[in-house]
Ligand binder design. Structure first.
Ligand code: GLU
Length: 480
């Protein structure tokens, strides 16, 4: 096993958006390849033409690219086993199908859909499980491609190992004559993926739970083709936050690109998605991508469903935002500034960004958190009324506190309006007014920002500057 060349693949069908579950499969396969200096292959499984959604293939490439999940071979870049798009490999599947016909392990299905329905109906009437192999024709016609080609299965019990699920076994009753090539000339997933994984020398098949029931039939096909088995690893479902059902579109499982557009960092998405069903056995929750590549192992993927918790995702994003250097963060927030910042200097923007970095949960928060640094905020006195402590003070007292603050801050020199100088004045104000910081500082903070959150008051006032700070205090005094 040590000389096994690690080649993993992500084999999406271009049928729509890139949900979290699909990305997780890609990610785990990518980790396995990258940690072993192996290859990660992207293969488009587009043999179900009815389900194909236009633009979906480009979308998959874009989503993987945006997350930095790089592939070494694929439909866009080619590789030694090209083409990497199943619809362009039809001749290859036919050649492999011929091998099975020649060895007597595949046959042309002679039945019409109505005849098959009648077989199913009679099985139901007899309370028997329906199996195609019970109706296998004695002398099937030669296969001309106009009818389905079926496996002539060899029903038997199987024991096999799954890296995640452990040792599994099934009886012969689950083995059946499944379709290999459909009457439209396209192979089924069941057949095509085995051919492709063999041709592309895939070492590990990492895929979702929806395929586990078909696994015994796959084993039967591997045997019929005389192929060595790859390593299998079945991913647990991702469950919705509430209830015990699989995560669906309605549970907040957006497309990954939507999360990025909403101000989640790619590294957050990778960390979060990796944590859906995997941990390293410690309490550590925040991992960088290189750390994940190093630490990931299939045997620590849990068997049971992982829960999708959007609040945790948000928390994690805040943590990853904090880990960025200011310059890196600055590069990433280009599209997230409030409109009011359009003419602001890079210096001011960086200053403001440094102030709020610790408070951002998503990059989208930037606009709400910083607008008042670049534009005059609109007074919203309901913020005072809704503040438990401030709401108790009579108007006259609010006015007096603001007046005292206006005068004291007016004493600080314009050129020395630093956080330290401002803080000293604020401390003195606490003494002269006899107020608690929770009241006095909240009041000042509110009337200079009219924002739900803001950074530490000394820094906020310092960045606003003396003139603006005093003007906003004055406006509030006049408003009261
Ligand atoms: N084309 C299959 C899907 O998108 C991939 C399954 C696999 O990874 O083998 O669900």
């Amino acid at each position: 096993m040590s000389d096994l060349i690690i080649r993993t693949r992500f084999a999406p069908s271009p049928t729509g958006f890139m949900h979290v579950g699909g990305i997780r499969t890609a990610l785990f396969a990518w980790f396995v390849a990258r940690q072993a200096n192996g290859a990660f292959i992207l293969r488009l499984e587009d043999t179900d033409q009815k389900r194909e959604v236009e633009g979906s293939a480009d979308h998959i490439l874009k989503a993987l690219g945006a997350l930095g999940i790089t592939h070494d071979e694929g439909p866009d870049i080619g590789g030694p086993y090209a083409p990497y798009k199943q619809s362009e490999r039809l001749e290859i599947y036919k050649a492999w199908a011929k091998k099975l016909i020649d060895s007597g392990r595949a046959y042309a299905d002679p039945y019409t859909p109505a005849e098959l329905d009648a077989f199913r109906e009679s099985a139901r009437a007899n309370k028997k499980a329906f199996l195609y192999r019970d109706h296998r024709p004695e002398t099937p016609p030669a296969w001309d491609g106009s009818t389905p080609l079926r496996l002539r299965s060899d029903p038997k019990a199987y024991n096999w190992h799954d890296e995640v699920l452990g040792d599994l076994s099934t009886g012969p009753e689950v083995i059946d004559d499944i379709i290999l090539i459909k009457s439209d000339g396209f192979p089924t997933y069941n057949f095509a993926h085995i051919v492709d994984d063999a041709e592309m020398k895939i070492s590990h098949i990492i895929r979702g739970q929806e395929f586990i029931a078909s696994q015994p039939n796959y084993l039967n096909i591997y045997e019929a083709l005389g192929l060595d088995l790859p390593i299998f690893a079945t991913m647990p479902h991702i469950m919705a936050e509430s209830g015990n059902k699989k995560l669906g579109k309605r549970d907040g499982a957006k497309d990954v690109l939507d999360y990025l557009n909403d101000g989640y960092l790619p590294e957050t998405m990778i960390n979060f998605i990796a944590s859906l069903g995997w941990n390293d056995g410690t309490e550590q929750e925040i991992f960088t991508v290189p750390e994940l590549i190093k630490k990931f192992s299939l045997d620590r993927v849990q068997k049971s469903g992982a829960r999708f918790d959007e609040k945790r995702l948000e928390w994690m994003n805040g943590q990853h935002i904090r880990l960025l250097t200011l310059d890196d963060l600055y590069e990433r927030v280009t599209d997230f500034w409030p409109a009011s910042a359009v003419t602001a200097s890079e210096e001011l923007k960086k200053h403001v960004l440094a102030l709020v970095q610790d408070r951002l949960k998503t990059l989208k928060d930037l606009a709400i958190l910083t607008d008042y640094f670049f534009a005059e905020p609109k007074a919203d006195w309901s913020m005072i009324e809704n503040n438990k402590q401030l709401a108790q003070l009579p108007k006259g007292e609010l006015k007096q506190l603001l007046q005292a603050s206006f005068e004291a801050l007016g004493e600080v020199s314009t050129s020395d309006f630093t956080p330290e100088a401002v803080q000293e004045t604020l401390n003195q104000l606490l003494v002269t007014t006899g107020q608690k910081p929770g009241i006095l500082f909240s009041l000042i903070r509110t009337v200079v920002s009219w924002a739900p959150f803001s950074p530490a008051l000394d820094h906020t006032l310092s960045v606003l500057g003396k003139e603006t700070s005093l003007a906003r205090l004055d406006a509030a005094i006049k408003d009261l």
